[in-house]
Design a protein around this ligand. Structure first.
Ligand SMILES: Cc1cc2nc3c(=O)[nH]c(=O)nc-3n(C[C@H](O)[C@H](O)[C@H](O)COP(=O)(O)O)c2cc1C
Length: 194
């Protein structure tokens, strides 16, 4: 991993992560590495410590092919899915009683928030191992649930594509808004798009 020593190791890791959409299909990802990423996900914070996330790791080639054949949605071709060595189905258990009550009262989707935090822990742990990832939100949830036997009451929040980037992968970092556009001190100071 190329580290920029002008910043902290953590910030450097965050800076070097970017979405990978060109994988080396010949280079399998050792399950121990995936387990290490799961450990990072496991340690994520969650509302009332309910840990509503579940991860289904798909390294079986037949299921990956079925994802390619049946779980893509129209509009974005996602042809690069054919090179993805591992998919991670990031699942969110919606039947946690405390979450349901708390979300009903506050209107905030705690289970989704918790699940996304855990998934990003996974992604950053993968980046630390020079593994490429890409969050995928544009997928056919019904088909993924069917293919993996995911029960009612559990939603698939995202897929994460995981693998070693191909030698030819040339994706750079995407631009970001400057800090002054995303944060303010002590009072709201943004545009009126809320
Ligand atoms: C919730 C979520 C859903 C996303 N869905 C997709 C997707 O369906 N397909 C895709 O190619 N990238 C997807 N992305 C990746 C974003 O396009 C990418 O993170 C963004 O453009 C910033 O680029 P970077 O990750 O390289 O920094 C998704 C990212 C997030 C966080």
């Amino acid at each position: 991993m190329a580290m920029n020593h002008d910043v902290s190791p953590f910030l450097s890791l965050v800076q070097q992560r970017n979405s990978c959409r060109t994988f080396d299909p010949e280079r399998p990802v050792p399950r121990e590495d995936i387990t290490a990423c799961l450990e990072a996900a496991r340690l994520a914070p969650s509302a009332c410590n309910q840990q509503p996330w579940r991860f289904v790791i798909v390294d079986d080639m037949h299921i990956r092919q079925a994802f390619f054949d049946h779980a893509r949605l129209p509009g974005i071709p996602h042809l690069w899915w054919s090179t993805v060595p591992v998919f991670v189905a990031v699942c969110c258990q919606r039947n946690v009683v405390t979450h349901r009550i708390a979300s009903f009262v506050s209107g905030l989707p705690y289970a989704w928030m918790d699940t996304a935090i855990a998934a990003e822990h996974f992604v950053l742990a993968a980046a630390e191992r020079d593994l490429g990832t890409c969050w995928i939100g544009w997928f056919n949830e019904k088909q993924v649930k069917k293919l993996l036997g995911i029960p009612r009451g559990t939603r698939v929040a995202a897929l994460i594509a995981l693998g070693y980037p191909s030698e030819t992968s040339s994706e750079g970092s995407s631009s970001r808004k400057p800090i002054e556009d995303i944060a303010s001190w002590n009072a709201w100071d943004g545009d009126s798009l809320s």
